[in-house]
Design a protein around this ligand. Structure first.
Ligand code: UDP
Ligand code: MG
Length: 351
């Protein structure tokens, strides 16, 4: 991955400089950690207690941006408390639950560090890895992602579906996703700025991280079970929508496939016409088969509905985008000193 020759991208400052053993650019001293939280009251304090000494040990100027994704428990209260004890813990509270992908996008907009780390609030992303991330960043990598070694923390059914999904995603989108890589990662300011330029609503961050490029490397880690022993915050329906969003924002294969299906069925129909013509000429006319008629009508009807449905999925997404609503709404900022860089998408309620 790192041996790709350096191509002539130099005219565009955001374009990645890939590969090429180059001396690391001077790295800044500010580190931001972005943590999306949704109903995490049980773990926030443990997380903060765990995270703070690790961040102190980095000897960087750090700050943490929690994104409270419309939690309905005491999460916000605890974030307040954290901020009063140490103002480097800040928070942005959404007006409702917008989903993790949007929460991460907001966090990247608010983060002001020269390097930004994204991690989950449930300690499934071991904070100890932060040191390794920073070391790799200093070596010259712009993106350092955590690669989960196994998916044992998830149920077998979820593992089956997620594996199938990623295989399909790569086939259809042509974007290769590194194995086991998720949101747990460090991104250099350049990469964060590139992410902030992406204003799409149907977000699939894993795809976007791969799409923006930049010099990247992975660090393996084993996923511990959720600290509270509870399950994932994702409901199956959300995961399904997420999978569809992912596929559809990175691939138009589902749209194009229907032209080929149409060709194929027309071919079959034409063959059938020939067959009947010859049969009638040779054996004379008989009463045409009723079942054949019904089957073909149903088959074609079904195909047309499915293809319309697929077009509808894309159309719905286009509609969502053209409405141009803000990506998220913030009801409260706790200790945040700077407006988010993806401002357009972050209208403050009442502002
Ligand atoms: N999360 C969020 N909004 C949501 C769902 C989850 O901000 O609608 C956060 C959650 O608080 C956690 C992270 O995203 O910090 C990952 O969630 P979870 O652990 O439930 O997902 P999994 O580990 O199964 O990927
Ligand atoms: Mg988790």
């Amino acid at each position: 991955m790192l041996n790709t020759p350096n191509t002539a991208h130099d005219t565009n400052p955001v374009e990645p400089v890939i590969g090429k053993a180059q001396p690391a650019r001077a790295r800044g001293r500010a580190l931001s950690v972005v943590i999306p939280c949704f109903n995490e009251e049980k773990g926030i304090e443990a997380l903060i207690a765990h995270l703070r000494p690790i961040l102190e040990a980095t000897a960087l100027d750090w700050d943490v941006v929690f994104i409270d994704d419309g939690s309905r428990d005491r999460t916000r209260e605890l974030l307040y408390k954290a901020h009063t004890t140490d103002p480097r813990f800040t928070a942005v509270c959404f007006s409702r639950n917008f989903g993790k992908e949007i929460a991460v996008a907001a966090g990247l907009g608010y983060a002001k560090g020269d390097a930004v780390i994204i991690m989950d609030a449930d300690l499934q992303h071991p904070p100890e890895l932060i040191h390794t991330f920073i070391a790799k960043w200093r070596e010259g990598y712009d993106i350092v992602y955590g690669q989960r070694e196994d998916r044992d923390a998830d149920s077998p059914v979820r593992r089956f579906f997620s594996r199938g999904f990623y295989r399909m995603f790569e086939q259809m989108s042509g974007t290769t996703l590194p194995d086991g890589a998720g949101d747990f990662r460090l991104m250099d300011r350049q990469a964060v700025d590139a992410m902030n330029r992406m204003s799409e609503r149907a977000r699939f961050n894993k795809g976007l991280y791969a799409w923006i490029g930049f010099k990247s490397t992975g660090v393996k880690f084993v996923v511990p079970p959720r600290f509270d022993g509870g399950g994932s915050r994702w409901r199956p329906r959300q995961l399904w929508r997420f999978a569809l969003d992912g596929l559809m924002s990175f691939s138009t294969v589902p749209l194009r496939i229907w032209s080929y299906m149409g060709l194929f069925v027309s071919g079959l129909a034409f063959g059938y016409v020939l067959f009947f013509l010859i049969k009638t000429l040779v054996f004379g006319a008989d009463v045409p088969g009723f079942p054949t008629l019904i089957i073909s009508v149903l088959f074609l009807g079904g195909m047309q509905l499915i293809s319309l449905g697929v077009i509808g999925e894309y159309l719905g997404r286009i509609y969502e985008e053209v409405k141009n609503r803000p990506l998220y709404l913030v009801s409260e900022e706790i200790g945040v000193t700077r407006p988010p860089q993806n401002r357009r998408s972050s209208d403050r309620l009442g502002a």
